[in-house]
Design a protein around this ligand. Structure first.
Ligand SMILES: [Cu+2]
Length: 186
């Protein structure tokens, strides 16, 4: 009798796990997320996707980020740009958050000889923003704000001289979780 009870419990636990896995695969942007159009943007427009596992967009195409981030297990996150090299000058970045939590997009110069993802992460989980050329962190708006919410878009227009740049999300522990990519200008 005890054996039958134990077997039932094991079955119940197994189906709970299966259900959790199924629910996870259907989790996407919240229905209430603001979908916003963007105005005409100046210069070369680069579309950037901000992603995390919560949005169901996890895949290998989000670059070399580690599987696990900082404290709390932030999981895999990524920044995907529609172009790797664009003409120097006026560049507009249009950032769509396809993840399940808020993100932002910041443009930092990439020093010669340095690869993306190599910036030291401080005790607060963030990298040094000194030298930032601009950021998109406002939902349905330009410039800086409180973060781009799930399903929403933010944008910014910057002037980039020929060189290498790193596009990052600097919300706590997001950089360490893989939220960076390179954009070069010529
Ligand atoms: Cu982020």
């Amino acid at each position: 009798m005890a054996g039958a009870v134990a077997a039932t419990l094991v079955l119940a636990a197994a189906s709970a796990v299966a259900f959790a896995a199924m629910s996870g695969s259907f989790r996407g942007p919240a229905p209430t997320a603001p979908r916003c159009g963007t105005p005409p943007l100046a210069g070369t427009v680069v579309n950037v996707t901000l992603a995390d596992r919560g949005g169901g967009m996890m895949s290998g195409r989000y670059g070399p980020g580690p599987m696990m981030g900082g404290p709390g297990g932030m999981g895999m996150m990524g920044v995907l740009a529609s172009a790797g090299v664009v003409a120097a000058g006026t560049v507009s970045l249009r950032a769509l958050n396809e993840g399940g939590r808020p993100h932002e997009l910041m443009v930092l110069p990439l020093p010669a000889g340095q690869m993306v993802g190599q910036r030291p992460v401080g005790g607060d989980g963030r990298i040094d923003e000194a030298g930032s050329l601009g950021e998109a962190s406002r939902s349905c708006g330009a410039g800086s704000g409180a973060g781009i919410t799930t399903g929403s878009t933010g944008w910014t227009t910057v002037t980039l001289s020929p060189g290498r740049y790193e596009l990052v999300c600097n919300l706590p522990y997001h950089y360490a979780a893989g939220m960076y990519t390179e954009l070069d200008t010529r």
